[in-house]
Design a protein around this ligand. Structure first.
Ligand code: TNX
Length: 531
């Protein structure tokens, strides 16, 4: 369902990449072009749908203004862009609706969809046109990558600040391009989550799935069941102090994400992965006895009591309060690894709980085990299987997809960001195998799960489970560079998929991450420029 085709023939693109590498080879492989040369339009990650390079570059100077339409949202995107460019350029970059030339953000009808944009660059200016503010925002991320990596620094840099001439026309392949952060196994503060949001926005990720509850911690305040957060949130893996978001904290995350055009998808994992809730309220347990808090890393040992009516009062209250905090369309109810719930109980539970989500106006998302019950109409299943997943399980998911359940693809042996890159990776787990950068990128979501119609594929999502992850530097080391590849799988047309081309574009991100203070894994598979 691609609207735009690459206007530069593939051979030209490959030749272009070769020339780029050869030119750069005079310095170091993949390094920034010599000053005075602009970065090629085709170097962007995720690869744009269509690139037509040519004409004079635009040079940002101290006279450049950011011109926006008279709309609040266009102005907001303009201010965001100014916030990115001012510290490194040292220019005033006034945001205004007056004048000519400069950097223009323009809302207009056109074949852009909800998130696409066109970027036109020439001697007199750069114009980003989109039908919706999200498209302007994604176009701004493209513009950032067309400027030297030093633009990402927070102190004044020499420039020059050239944007190559030409046109990029761009629109995403999938509407769901997600990242999940597990804030339950280890708690992450609002500021840590915001930092990750900023990093996700660089690559046009548009969903932030927060795994808000698990055996080790309940992380969101629920007024009607206050011990969930106060007690159930009081520890984490390893026994540290844990933490939780107040409703105000959570709303601040939602607001910040929205300002970067990401929708927050909250998850309360049920009926398994519920020890923190069971520990907080004895009456939720079938035997009426609260278990102790749990700080280990086992899975599959806890279950809500499917036969007790109070379980559904609890679920109703939690979903009602969480839905009220959620402007987005989706509410994730987990459903994975319910090894302590019988199949019969699991089906019964999901039959009771999915209508509650609908009652509060939200659409169900569940891990793919939900397809073992009866997914509600419109529900999405998040597939986290791997090559070794049994044929029956794959067939069950494919069958649900044939019957209308949408799929979000999160194959564990491809895009679980908590998997180690190599046996030497100091962080992470390896139950799904080792996942180097190439393996993470080199698959096609549109042709991945046999029997699932391609129309069922809503997109991709990269989960980051945090049993071994305790700080922002850990998040960044595991996410970068793999996250950029997931973003490309979700955004770019399948026709652009090419590891040899991608790895050169990816290498050019390294200096940007350095400038942003992102400590990434320097995979030997990628020709990073010398630092
Ligand atoms: C499986 S994948 C889990 C999580 C763990 C993760 C560790 C899934 C839906 N459940 O509970 O944290 O593996 O990689």
């Amino acid at each position: 369902m691609r609207r735009h085709h690459r206007t530069t023939p593939r051979t030209t693109r490959i030749l272009g990449s070769l020339l780029l590498v050869m030119a750069a080879g005079a310095f170091t492989l993949g390094a920034a072009p010599a000053s005075g040369e602009a970065i090629p339009l085709a170097q962007v990650v995720p690869a744009p749908a269509s690139v037509a390079a040519g004409g004079s570059p635009y040079r940002i100077t101290d006279a450049t203004r950011i011109r926006v339409d008279d709309s609040r949202e266009a102005r907001r995107v303009g201010e965001y862009l100014a916030g990115v460019l001012r510290p490194s350029t040292g220019y005033p970059l006034t945001v205004t609706s007056q004048g000519r030339g400069g950097i223009r953000l323009r809302l207009a009808q056109g074949p852009f969809g909800a998130e696409g944009y066109r970027l036109d660059s020439g001697r007199s200016g750069v114009t980003i046109t989109a039908a919706r503010p999200a498209g302007l925002f994604h176009g701004v991320q493209t513009l950032r990558q067309l400027l030297p990596a030093a633009v990402e620094k927070d102190s004044v840099q020499p420039g020059p600040w050239l944007v190559a001439g030409g046109t990029i026309t761009d629109t995403p392949r999938y509407g769901w391009r997600g990242a999940m952060l597990d804030v339950s196994r280890h708690f992450f503060t609002v500021d840590q989550v915001k930092r990750y949001i900023d990093q996700l926005a660089l690559y046009k990720i548009n969903k932030l799935h927060l795994h808000l509850s698990d055996d080790q911690g309940w992380r969101i305040a629920i007024d009607s069941w206050p011990r969930l957060a106060a007690y159930g949130g009081s520890t984490q893996v390893g026994g540290g102090p844990g933490g939780h978001y107040t409703k105000a904290d959570y709303q601040e995350i939602v607001r910040y994400a929205a300002s970067r055009y990401l929708e927050v998808v909250p998850e309360i994992d049920m009926p398994g992965h519920t020890n923190a809730a069971l520990a907080s309220y004895a009456e939720l347990n079938c035997d009426g006895v609260a278990p102790p808090l749990y700080t280990g890393t086992d899975v599959g040992f806890s279950s809500l009591c499917v036969g007790k009516e109070i379980t559904y009062d609890f679920v109703d209250d939690v979903i009602r309060e969480l839905a009220a905090l959620t402007p987005g369309e989706y509410l994730h109810i987990g459903g994975d690894e319910a090894h302590s719930t019988s199949h019969e109980d699991y089906v019964k539970f999901m039959d009771r709980v999915q209508p509650i989500v609908a009652e509060y106006g939200k659409t169900v998302v569940g891990w793919h085990q939900l397809t073992g019950a009866t997914p509600a109409k419109g529900a999405l299943a998040q597939y986290w299987g791997l090559d070794g997943t049994s044929d029956e399980e794959k067939a069950q998911v494919a069958k649900a997809a044939q019957n209308g359940t949408g799929l979000i693809l999160s194959p564990a042996d491809r895009i679980y960001l908590d998997m180690k890159y190599t046996a030497d990776t100091p962080l992470g787990l390896d139950w799904a195998g080792l996942v180097e950068v190439k393996r993470s990128y080199d698959w096609d979501p549109g042709n991945y799960l046999a029997g699932a119609p391609s129309s069922a594929i809503r997109g991709v999502e990269a989960p980051l489970w945090t049993e071994t992850i305790t700080k922002s530097a850990d998040i960044e080391y595991m996410a970068f560079p793999r996250l950029a590849g997931v973003a490309e799988l979700g955004w770019s047309p399948a026709s652009t998929h090419d590891w040899e081309d991608y790895k050169v574009r990816l290498a050019a991100q390294g200096p940007r991450w350095d400038a942003l203070g992102i400590g990434y894994y320097q995979s030997p598979q990628v020709p990073w420029p010398a630092r």
